[in-house]
Design a protein around this ligand. Structure first.
Ligand code: PEP
Length: 246
């Protein structure tokens, strides 16, 4: 059975004190729902100690395992700190750090080599959406960002429209369905139906407790990547519980 996934991206937020939120998140983890928190790198090791039933992930990783790369963190280091996931290709990394599809693919390969599951993010800008380019943009990102060795076990794909992240704007359910159906079909063409069907496809962008039920009812949505609403258990737990009920 494919376990659904509620993944939280804390971005550059959180402190050791904030990890106390984990206690109240625990009931969200069930046989059918996995919960993962990706805190800032400074908190990964401590987060692992306090994780309980939650999984812990990093927010990016360098393509190399070690070396002269000041300020960077490798997938191997995340693994050593106890992480099991890493986000790659988040649009904030693509924009702020100029990460290309090829960079994201290399990071994802590095994640797998270290034994991490890669949560590979794709998503169109508002301009691309408005010009009707969404499906082409997503297809190009999927083709360029997901390496050939992807499996259902080592990869999660997150569709995150850039214009929906942190804005409170959410695509229509039809728009989410269109992209998720297309992603599943493209993945199936490339990797075969078994791998594509087993791979979890997350929607991300302004998911809240109030809109989670309708989003999780969309076919081919296997969970969510959640930013702001993952910081507090009072916001994140209801999202995970809604996922469990979907
Ligand atoms: C994100 O950063 O991945 C995200 C989805 O953020 P938010 O939920 O705050 O829109």
């Amino acid at each position: 059975m494919k376990r659904k996934l509620a993944a939280g991206n804390w971005k550059m937020n959180g402190s050791r004190a904030a990890l106390a939120e984990f206690d109240a998140m625990q009931p969200g983890v069930t046989d059918s729902v996995e919960m993962v928190i990706c805190p800032p790198a400074t908190l990964v090791a401590t987060a692992v100690e306090k994780a309980g039933a939650l999984g812990i992930g990093g927010q990016t990783c360098h393509v190399k395992a070690s070396g002269a790369h000041t300020g960077d963190i490798s997938a191997a280091m995340l693994k050593d700190a106890g992480a099991s996931y890493v986000i790659t290709g988040h649009s904030e990394r693509r924009t702020d750090h100029g990460e290309s599809n090829a960079d994201v693919a290399a990071q994802s390969t590095a994640a797998w080599e270290a034994g991490l599951v890669a949560i590979i993010c794709v998503g169109e800008t508002l301009e691309e959406r408005e010009s009707g380019a969404t499906l082409n943009v997503i297809a190009e990102q999927l083709a360029g960002s997901i390496p050939d060795a992807a499996t259902a076990a080592n990869t999660v794909v997150a569709y995150e429209p850039v214009w929906a992240i942190g804005t409170g704007k959410v695509p229509t359910l039809e728009q989410i369905a269109e992209v998720h159906d297309d992603m599943r079909a493209k993945l199936s063409d490339r990797f075969g139906t078994e791998i594509a069907d087993g791979m979890r496809l997350l929607y991300g962008g302004s998911v809240k407790a109030g809109n989670a039920a309708e989003i999780f009812a969309v076919p081919n949505v296997d969970g969510a990547l959640v930013g702001g609403a993952s910081l507090k258990a009072a916001d994140f737990l209801p999202i995970a519980e809604t996922l469990g009920a979907a």
